[in-house]
Design a protein around this ligand. Structure first.
Ligand code: PRX
Length: 650
């Protein structure tokens, strides 16, 4: 049995149970098992009904799922436009004055954007993109802070059939350049800067450095937000507001094939090169619209939804832009950090906008716990009726704290498991029907097939195993951009006929699923996926580093922390801080190791393979098991001695 499965076995169970509150059940979309029964009886028929009921199709589909493992096509002969579904149809139905976004800037400025406003901006910006030569099938990169223009840019791409590739604003210029190059994007949309922790962080400078490393970008559009000084390159760079002032008002939404590429989103895998995950139009939109409606039990007339993710991640794509807007939701969008100007900022925003549904990450919840219950207690959070979690396993203590201190003891919690690759939520309670247990994501949502298997791929009905998905689903990735071989190898080769998610999980006696984290070389740091190889490559690219090994060690606050072991080139010296900054430059601040240990040698097997298991044990302060295959045992004892000293932190 692998180390990971042993770790899974070692976990104890949480026995508390929480039924949906009767008042919640009364108005819930789902309060019995009928949706589960329908999906179990007719998988394709179930999804076809969702697609027909929840979306407007310009050309109705007759085909549902074409499954040629590992490729699926959904609703392939139908046509629809994503931005029409997210905007026009609400305005046409007389809901143009409904607020789409209550946007809150970090310094305290705010904007109210209605569905009509958003539709106007999107039409104009779609015309701007066309005027810059963007056509159906092209790729557009987006590198923006959390401002409404991020949603405008994404929807404008969707309107004209260009695929967007959003890069999180915290990524470095090198990471941006890699993604632009891989996608061969024509246009980059960025901002002068954005607000973070009371200061403007420059984006345009980073974008300029990135564009120098690329050959395909013809135009850069710059939104004015930070008012910081930037250089504009004549002919290439354009102010967003100037282009918008000249743009035509009308851009009719063109019906797209259901399988038209909607976006690429890069995510870390087990190699150093991030993968461009491909999502298409009809299936993806069906999946996120359906899950938004039922998992969040969304009621468009009364709910105010707030998802704290950044649009640069899949959560922002699916549950700030596409799922909520397709459902006509009113949302809160916040630009900055949770502790500016003080530790109660999130709770003051909930109170200000009377948010009813709040969706955040366990790492944030653990930070809120650290800041203390007096912070939420300063505010009236009684508007909340449902709270959710995503990105990493939520520990029972954090779950209970969240329920008591944010949910006021009355809100169901939805712990939602999914991935960039799955497009939308896969495993989660349905809040009006599922009895929850703190720390368990419970069951697959109706229409999703998930199963645990052992090392040999045998079905596991109780205990620990590898999480696999057994049936195609509409929001599933359609591949890895430019690398279909890697697509097969990464997701479909480990267990025949099954999608392997990379996660371990456990099934308890009642059939509840407990997600237990990654079982591959992908780390989960504050809910962000970072591969060990990616950080190792960044370290080794520093001229003084000969060799590096990176492991994810358990961390009470961030889930996992990045610990690096580095061997320097003969005679060279470098400071730990310099290497951490080097990683930030290569990838972004989120990938900075928490601690770097310098060592004359890395522990290796006699055949020369780095023994990561040992390094993880060292980093987590565990007793080492069998070291008999180790070439030089003294290397490890020295590392252990040094790990006992407190690791450095930002
Ligand atoms: O390990 C799982 C973890 O996050 C991974 C997916 O990361 P990413 O593609 O960046 O998407 C994050 C947001 C959807 C998964 O393989 N993960 C995500 N949600 C949960 C989770 N682990 C446990 N419980 C969750 N609710």
């Amino acid at each position: 049995m692998s180390d990971n499965l042993q770790a899974i076995e070692a976990l104890s169970y949480e026995q508390r149970k929480f039924s949906p509150p009767p008042t919640f059940v009364q108005s819930a979309h789902v309060s019995d098992m009928s949706l589960y029964d329908e999906a179990a009886a007719d998988h394709e028929g179930f999804w076809a009904r969702q697609a027909r009921e929840l979306l407007d199709w310009s050309v109705p589909f007759t085909q549902v799922c074409e499954w040629d493992l590992p490729y699926s096509e959904w609703f392939a002969d139908g046509k629809l436009n994503v931005s029409f579904n997210c905007l026009d149809r609400h305005v046409l139905a007389g809901r143009g004055d409904k607020v789409a976004f209550y946007w809150e800037g970090e310094p305290g400025d705010s904007r109210v954007v209605t569905y009509s406003d958003l539709l106007d901006e999107v039409q104009k910006f779609a015309n701007v993109l066309k005027s810059l030569g963007v056509a159906k099938g092209d790729r557009v990169n987006i590198y923006l802070p959390m401002i409404p223009e991020a949603a405008v840019a994404m929807l404008a791409c969707a309107r004209i059939g260009a695929a967007h590739s959003v890069v999180f604003g915290g990524f470095s210029s090198q990471a941006l350049a890699d993604r632009i190059n891989d996608a061969e994007a024509k246009v980059l949309i960025t901002a002068d800067g954005g607000w973070r922790r009371g200061e403007v962080f420059p984006l345009k400078n980073q974008a300029d450095d990135a564009v120098k490393l690329t050959t395909t970008i013809e135009h850069v559009v710059v939104v004015k937000r930070g008012n910081n000084d930037i250089a504009m390159q004549s002919g290439r760079d354009h102010w967003y507001h100037e282009l918008m002032a000249k743009a035509d008002d009308v851009c009719v939404a063109e019906p797209m094939d259901a399988e038209q590429l909607l976006f690429l989103l890069y995510t870390s895998g087990t190699t150093g090169k991030p993968k461009g995950i491909m999502h298409t139009t009809g299936g993806y939109l069906t999946h996120v619209t359906y899950t938004f409606k039922y998992v969040f039990d969304h009621h468009p007339e009364t709910d105010i939804f707030w998802c704290t993710a950044d649009v640069g991640w899949i959560t922002g794509h699916s549950y700030i832009v596409y799922g909520p807007l397709a459902n006509g939701a009113t949302q809160v969008m916040y630009e900055g950090v949770p502790n500016f100007p003080a530790n109660d900022r999130m709770w003051s925003i909930i109170e200000k906008y009377k948010a009813t549904i709040f969706y955040t990450a366990p790492t944030a919840i653990r930070t809120f716990m650290k800041w203390g219950t007096q912070e939420p207690a300063k505010h009236d959070l009684s508007s909340l009726r449902l709270i959710g979690s995503v990105g990493e396993p939520i520990n029972p203590e954090a779950w209970m704290w969240y329920q008591e201190n944010i949910g006021g003891g009355k809100c169901p919690i939805i712990d939602t498991w999914w991935q960039t690759e799955t497009g939308g939520i896969m495993i989660s309670p349905l809040p009006g029907v599922t009895v929850t247990k703190p720390g368990s994501a419970t069951f697959p949502v109706p229409g999703v097939g998930a199963e645990l298997v052992d090392e040999e791929g045998n079905h596991v009905s109780k205990g620990g195993g590898y999480l696999t998905l057994t049936k195609p689903w509409p929001g599933m990735l359609r591949g890895i951009w430019g690398d279909q071989k890697r697509y097969r190898e990464t997701y479909w080769s480990r267990f025949a006929g099954r999608y392997f998610a990379g996660d371990g999980a456990k099934l308890d006696d009642d059939g509840y699923l407990w997600l237990l984290g990654r079982v591959d070389d992908v780390m989960n740091v504050s809910g962000h996926r970072i591969s060990t190889t990616e950080v190792e490559s960044a370290l080794v690219s520093h001229p003084s580093v000969a060799e590096a090994a990176v492991v994810g060690a358990n961390d009470a606050m961030t889930g996992q922390a990045i610990i690096a072991y580095v061997t320097l080139r003969g005679g060279l010296e470098v400071n730990e801080q310099v290497l951490r900054e080097h990683v930030a430059t290569e990838i972004g601040s989120i990938a900075k190791p928490k601690a770097i240990y310098f060592t004359p040698d890395l522990p290796k097997t006699r055949s020369g393979k780095i023994m990561r298991r040992l390094l993880r044990d060292v980093a987590e302060g565990r007793n080492l098991g069998d070291t008999s295959t180790l070439a030089d045992v003294s290397v490890v004892s020295e590392l252990q001695r040094r790990a006992a000293e407190t690791p450095s932190e930002d």
